[in-house]
Design a protein around this ligand. Structure first.
Ligand SMILES: NC(=O)c1ccc[n+]([C@@H]2O[C@H](COP(=O)([O-])OP(=O)(O)OC[C@H]3O[C@@H](n4cnc5c(N)ncnc54)[C@H](O)[C@@H]3O)[C@@H](O)[C@H]2O)c1
Ligand SMILES: O=c1ccn([C@@H]2O[C@H](COP(=O)(O)OP(=O)(O)O[C@H]3O[C@H](CO)[C@@H](O)[C@H](O)[C@H]3O)[C@@H](O)[C@H]2O)c(=O)[nH]1
Length: 442
């Protein structure tokens, strides 16, 4: 059992802290956001993450998990301090390290004995050394400490499962002793440990995320070519995916990647490369493809309707992916303002993210959690997120609800034959258009 303090109660800090408690450690999760901590103390989970609430409550009840804004005290009491604060994108594209530096200062000021300081936030190569320097200067040699880089690979929407069943843990440390402590901590989660130095561990995180983003932009480029040559990208991806060297995952063509990580991390890696005089052209192309891909559903709509003015468009899904209410860099943030700019009348459906989305779209659109009501009487329906409810919707019913039988699917949720059978005009990404014989467009 270790005494652990976790800085930051976002997706990473809260989930990691909870999982460390679940595996028998004594954990205090800390945040500077008083509302978040008050809510957590009162049993309210600030993020939507399947299964998390139950595990948090159990660990609180069994007195392994607590929450506080008293960060100095939490630091003084801990043997291991995890940093899981945000590293948002600055104007220049680089990662903003303000929150990480602030935490490092507070740790230095409160260092009262040997501690292992572990960074879990996604940070540019060299940040571990920077944290070491800040803690050193603020603690004035009061006590020894080590710094470890232990990047996080969880996905939102399955964060708890991903942590409890991680495919690997990466541990880069300034001493073998510290590395061994963190490796021991991860034994309940995985047997696969990559032990390395700080810089390599930091690089593994960016290299992994940008590789996955590259797979997505690659298949989206292939999809765009498929549309021009009459091929079906879903079959192309299937045919590619059986090759173990390629792998079937992350070859789902659509409106591109969003979320709090891929967009910012791909830009950060381009910036890291620039700093050392390397022009990372491949990553730049990945970003460019993704930026263009988001608006494909709008151009498909515009190819059908001479004008979108006054057209009632049902938008299905606002979050950047299913099972989350996270709106950070969601494709909907680009697509909906474009529809509104063209004076379309947008009614949106999302089972979870409406409240979070309202902060961005305000009253410019209407919101619903009733799928078929959203579609009722719409001139067209556009899918932006592959929520289970959407993937499983009854296309015959969709056809009956719509004013015009037009479905633009940005996530390739349906079989072409199924859409044809339902009598829909069905546009998806990188696949032939399913036409409808009757003339319905006015
Ligand atoms: N969200 C993900 O799926 C994911 C996955 C892997 C890695 N990451 C990386 O992990 C980091 C955290 O991401 P997130 O999504 O959890 O962020 P988040 O924005 O959801 O949460 C960060 C939390 O840190 C708190 N905070 C800021 N300064 C603080 C301080 N000085 N002391 C204590 N708390 C402080 C904020 O109030 C906030 O609650 C980022 O670097 C991100 O790139 C995120
Ligand atoms: O074949 C695919 C797979 C994903 N996506 C999109 O890519 C984005 C990201 O999806 P996903 O990776 O599932 O979600 P995140 O929660 O952002 O997780 C990524 O980013 C995290 C933060 O760094 C990492 O920890 C995870 O390993 C990494 O998968 C979403 O918009 C998806 O719709 C596609 O378009 N096609």
């Amino acid at each position: 059992m270790k005494k652990i303090a976790v800085m930051g109660t976002g997706y990473v800090g809260l989930v990691s802290g909870t999982c460390f408690a679940e595996t028998g450690n004594q954990v205090v999760c800390c945040d500077i956001d008083e509302t978040k901590i008050t809510n957590l103390i009162n049993g309210k989970i600030p993020i939507y993450e399947p299964g998390l609430e139950e595990v948090v409550k159990r660990n609180v009840k069994e007195e392994r998990l607590t929450f506080t804004t008293d960060i100095p005290q939490a630091i003084r009491d801990a043997e291991i301090i995890y940093i899981g604060v945000g590293t948002p994108m600055a104007e220049s594209g680089e990662a903003d390290l303000t929150f990480v530096k602030n935490v490092a200062q507070t740790i230095g000021e409160n260092l009262n004995g040997y501690k292992v300081i572990v960074n879990k936030s996604t940070v540019p190569v060299g940040t571990g050394r920077l944290v070491h320097g800040i803690v050193s200067s603020r603690s004035n040699g009061r006590a020894p400490f080590d710094v470890v880089s232990n990047p996080e690979f969880l996905r939102e929407g399955s964060a708890l499962y991903d942590t409890m069943n991680m495919e690997r843990a990466v541990v880069g440390a300034t001493s073998d002793h510290a590395a061994d402590m963190i490796i021991e901590l991860h034994k309940p989660f995985t047997e696969t440990i990559v032990k390395t130095n700080l810089e390599t561990a930091e690089m593994i995180k960016y290299a992994s995320n940008v590789f996955l983003a590259t797979k997505i932009s690659y298949i989206n480029d292939i999809a765009n070519i498929c549309e021009r040559v009459g091929a079906d990208v879903t079959k192309v991806a299937e045919g590619m995916g059986y090759d173990k060297r390629i792998g079937a995952q992350f070859l789902q063509a659509g409106i591109g990647y969003g979320g709090s990580c891929f967009p910012k991390d791909s830009k950060a890696l381009v910036h890291i490369a620039e700093q050392v005089g390397y022009d990372f052209k491949l990553a730049k192309a990945v970003i460019e493809t993704n930026d263009k891909q988001k608006l494909k559903v709008v151009s498909k709509l515009k190819s059908i309707f001479p004008s979108l003015k006054g057209k009632r468009i049902a938008v299905l899904g606002l979050a950047f992916k299913p099972n989350t209410d996270d709106m950070r860099d969601a494709p909907s943030l680009e697509i909906i303002p474009e529809l509104v700019k063209h004076e379309a009348d947008v009614e949106a459906f999302d089972p979870i993210a409406n409240r979070a989305a309202k902060q961005f779209f305000g009253e410019s659109i209407t919101y619903s959690t009733d799928l078929y009501k959203t579609i009722e009487n719409a001139d067209a329906c556009v899918i932006l997120t592959d929520w289970k409810e959407i993937v499983e919707m009854d296309l015959d019913k969709v056809r009956r609800q719509l004013k015009m039988p037009i479905l633009i699917d940005g996530r390739n949720c349906f079989d072409l034959k199924e859409a044809e059978k339902a009598g829909l005009i069905y546009h998806s990404i990188g696949r032939p258009v399913v036409e409808h014989s009757a003339k319905v467009i006015q």
